[in-house]
Design a protein around this ligand. Structure first.
Ligand SMILES: Nc1ncnc2c1ncn2[C@@H]1O[C@H](COP(=O)(O)OP(=O)(O)OP(=O)(O)O)[C@@H](O)[C@H]1O
Length: 176
C-alpha cells in the first residue's frame, strides 16, 4: 500500500503543498483528489460535485493545436478571450502563440499546460510539479499567475521546492 494512515483535509479555498521524497505517494494523492484513482481502503470525501482541474507531470497537450486552441478546449465561448490573456500573462509572445504546440520549447509547453489548468472552471486545482523545467523568471511569473488565478479556490500543489510553497503561502504537508 502506498498510503497508510493518511488523513488529509483540504478545506475549501485552502492552499496545500504536498512534499516528500520520490515515491512517497504525492502524485497518487493528487490522482485520488481528481477521482482518477480509488483507495483500496479508507475514503476520499467532500469532493462530490466539485469541479477539478489539473496539470500532470506530463504536459498532455493536443500537439497539432496552437496554445490558444489548447486552452480554449476548457473554456466556454463566453470566456474564449481569456485564453490569450492568460497565455500572454504566462509570457507567451505572438510568435509562440502562432505555432502548434508541438513546435514550442519544453518550457513554453509547460506554460500552456499550466494556463489550461488555471483557466478551467474548477473548484479544486491540482498541480503536480508544475514548474519543472521553467527558468527562474518564468517560475516567478507562473507563481504569480497561480496566486492570482487560484485565489478563493482549493489548490493542491505537489512540489519538491519549499520556496514555491512559501510563495503561495501554502500549508505544507510532508509525506514520510
Ligand atoms: N499506476 C501505478 N501502479 C502501481 N504502482 C504505482 C502506480 N503509480 C505509482 N505507483 C507506485 O506508488 C508509489 C508512489 O508513487 P507516486 O508517483 O505517487 O510518488 P510521488 O511521491 O509522486 O513520487 P515523485 O516525487 O517521484 O513524483 C511508488 O512506489 C510507485 O511506484
Amino acid at each position: 500500500m502506498v498510503l497508510d494512515g493518511l488523513d488529509l483535509d483540504l478545506p475549501d479555498g485552502s492552499v496545500t503543498a504536498l512534499m516528500g521524497p520520490n515515491g512517497s505517494g504525492k502524485t497518487t494523492i493528487g490522482r485520488l483528489v481528481l477521482g482518477l484513482e480509488h483507495p483500496d481502503a479508507g475514503a476520499v470525501t467532500g469532493l462530490a460535485g466539485r469541479r477539478v482541474a489539473a496539470t500532470f507531470q506530463e504536459d498532455r497537450l493536443c500537439e497539432q493545436l496552437t496554445a490558444e486552441r489548447n486552452v480554449r478546449l476548457v473554456l466556454d465561448r463566453a470566456r474564449a478571450a481569456d485564453a490569450v490573456a492568460a497565455l500572454r500573462a504566462a509570457g507567451l509572445d505572438d510568435d509562440a502563440l502562432a505555432k502548434p504546440v508541438r513546435d514550442l520549447s519544453g518550457g513554453q509547453r509547460r506554460r500552456v499546460a499550466i494556463v489550461r489548468a488555471l483557466v478551467a472552471p474548477a473548484d479544486v486545482v491540482v498541480l503536480d510539479e508544475p514548474f519543472k523545467g521553467l527558468d527562474t523568471a518564468a517560475r516567478e511569473r507562473l507563481l504569480a499567475l497561480v496566486r492570482e488565478r487560484c485565489a478563493g479556490r482549493t489548490l493542491l500543489l505537489v512540489t519538491h521546492d519549499a520556496a514555491e510553497a512559501a510563495a503561495l503561502n501554502a500549508t505544507v504537508v510532508t509525506l514520510p
